[in-house]
Design a protein around this ligand. Sequence first.
Ligand code: SAH
Ligand code: SF4
Ligand code: F3S
Length: 445
Amino acid sequence: MKKVYLETFGCQMNVSDSERVATVLESENFEMTPDEDSADIVLFNTCSVREKAEHKLYTRIGQIRKLYSKKKIVGVLGCVAQLEGETLFDKNPSIDFVLGTKAVGRASKAIESVLEGRSKFLDVGEREPDYDWSVAETQKHSPYISFVPIIEGCNKFCTYCIVPFSRGREKSLPAPEIIRHVHKLHRQGVKEVHLIGQNVNSYRPKTSEGLEDFRGATAFSKLLRAVAATGIARIKFTTSFPRDFHTDIIEAINENENLCNWVHLPVQSGSNKILRLMRRGHTIENYFERIDKIKTSDRKISLTTDIIIGFPNESEVDFQDSLKMVDYCQFDSCYIFKYSPRIGTPAYQFEDNVSVEEKKQRFIELEERQRLNQHRIFKSYLNKTVQVLVEKKSSQNNFDLSGRTSCHKVVQFKGSAALLGKIVDIEITESKSNTLYGKVLNTFV
Ligand code: SAH
Ligand code: SF4
Ligand code: F3S
């Protein structure tokens, strides 16, 4: 039996695709292995969102070719594969096959072709109409948490972003399929589902089938209520697009205990000039209105975001606007990225005129501002009780277990492995900037 090692870069969509690639390969008599050394076939599911992410692919292929004299088959999947297509073979002639973002269901066919002696196999075609979105128990990234894709692709074309080109146009999955999927996971004992998509709140299925019995200002907030009605313990959703973020989402969270109190709403910048150049479709005032609504909830909804610094023409004043914005929003966590020009995007035509040094300075300054805010926010959890889904044994020595709150914060605590997969009450006894520590009070489910 041929062994396959699969490495995944990039977002949850890629992790989710990889789970299904592994599911299909296993059912086609390949053996998945976490050990690249013993593998006959090495697959990379790639990300192209920033230059660094793309570069990782070339570094890793170089390492594989250098380390092993025995020829392993190397296949490139995902976003870099979709964007580069045939040219990947020129960039790196040791690649055996290339499978685009929607062709991942045909991984076994690609491997078989190469095993039969065909070199340079390419498939950047469409998804099969009967594509199976389910994942085998053995291939899930967690036994207790499942990713459930609800929308693929992106129609927004923010000027800096490659995703609409690598993932194609938005396509929503039918609601009955999603709801059936969640029911099934619930029956299997899964505690938490993450509804995933580049922009989940742009969810627009072809028909309202499956949502007729649910209230909601948008199809997405109806879907949230429908998924909540399955009774599964926890539901999280990422990523939300600010312009389409209807405040009814907050109403739905307020009404349903199992809709978790966490919203990831990438703002990208605090300056209206930059937001316009990014073509984000929201102003900072619109964004603040949404934040104000989120903060009025009794549920203490945590708020996380993404910010890009050093976008073309970002002046010191624009950057100061981003600092002010961070202070206003009081994010629970924030991913900060240095602008990375991507070929084929509209912003690639703009001059990348914020110097490397300025980008570095701004990154450090913004990170420090966020760290101070975050420290205060995390400290406010001291002596409070939070509910934690116990996910895994902790990597740190003196605390045995780790999990996440409904508000998506990592909590570490002492406890036996019998608690894995359970939702427990934890009293918070210590806080650091990214992690809470505590002790177990009660176990629920
Ligand atoms: N769909 C989501 C996020 C997609 S990509 C949204 O619209 O917000 C994840 C994050 O990568 C983005 O939020 C953005 O902050 C960052 N990103 C995307 N393209 C980038 C680029 N060219 N340079 C730097 N960061 C980028
Ligand atoms: Fe990229 Fe914008 Fe689409 Fe997000 S909404 S994936 S940032 S184009
Ligand atoms: Fe990267 Fe593709 Fe996701 S570019 S962020 S893996 S959609």
